[in-house]
Ligand binder design. Structure first.
Ligand SMILES: Nc1nc2c(ncn2[C@@H]2O[C@H](COP(=O)(O)OP(=O)(O)OP(=O)(O)O)[C@@H](O)[C@H]2O)c(=O)[nH]1
Ligand SMILES: [Mg+2]
Length: 208
């Protein structure tokens, strides 16, 4: 079985524009420029479907993608980009919080942290917020290709200690350039989707 269809559904700034929440949904959240849109592209092996940019602040709406008529990915705007005016930052934050609080079919949030950076207060706030709302989270350390394997391990341990000290959650090292971590992340996503909804796993081929 393969990823037979990936469709851009819509870009939304408020709940009334969200697509119908009929499939398990995974939202990609993290700071501006951390690699959310690139990660979706890499997972779906679709270069043109998702817009990415070296300039932070590229994704300004919640972009929804449907995969095999079985799953939805939601690409969230990033937070913490200093050059965006405060008013706009606030609007984005509100958009993200409103989405996370209200989206009933949300199966988990893919929580992205740049493997090279120290976790910031904003990262901590997001994690605390997800915990407070009991939203399951799949942690991913992005841009792994920028570090050697030894450095990757060290940084991942640091991130695990900062966010998951007690729960012992494993952080997946990922590279959208080399696809490192792709199989591991897909299997995590499918396991969570399966928990919530029928036979999703059998209908998506993660080797595609
Ligand atoms: N080397 C490397 N660069 C990456 C990787 N992932 C993303 N990038 C680069 O990081 C920059 C930002 O990537 P995006 O995917 O647009 O980041 P984003 O989190 O969606 O950013 P916003 O939409 O602004 O919040 C781009 O220049 C990407 O090419 C990766 O795994 N490795
Ligand atoms: Mg983006």
């Amino acid at each position: 079985m393969k990823i037979v269809s990936t469709e851009f559904l819509t870009g939304a700034v408020s709940p009334r524009h969200y697509p119908a929440g009929v499939y398990p949904e995974f939202a990609f959240a993290g700071r501006s420029n951390v690699g959310k849109s690139s990660l979706i592209k890499s997972l779906l092996c679709r270069k043109k479907l998702v817009r990415t940019s070296a300039t932070p602040g590229k994704t300004q709406e919640i972009n929804f993608f449907r995969i095999n008529h079985k799953l939805i990915f939601a690409d969230l705007p990033g937070f913490g980009f200093a050059k965006v005016p405060r008013q706009v930052q606030k609007r984005w934050q509100h958009m993200i919080e409103q989405y996370l609080k209200n989206r009933k079919n949300l199966a988990a949030v893919i929580f992205l942290i740049d493997i090279r950076r120290e976790p910031t207060d904003l990262d901590r706030d997001l994690k605390a917020w997800l915990d407070a709302c009991s939203i399951p989270c799949i942690p991913v350390a992005t841009k792994a290709d920028k570090l050697s394997k030894t450095e990757q391990k060290k940084q991942i341990r640091k991130i695990e200690a900062a966010f998951f000290g007690e729960t012992g959650e494993a952080v997946i090292g990922y590279s959208s350039k080399s696809s490192q971590g792709r199989k591991e992340l897909w299997s995590e996503i499918l396991a969570r989707a399966e928990n919530g909804a029928g036979s999703v796993a059998s209908s998506v081929d993660t080797d595609a």
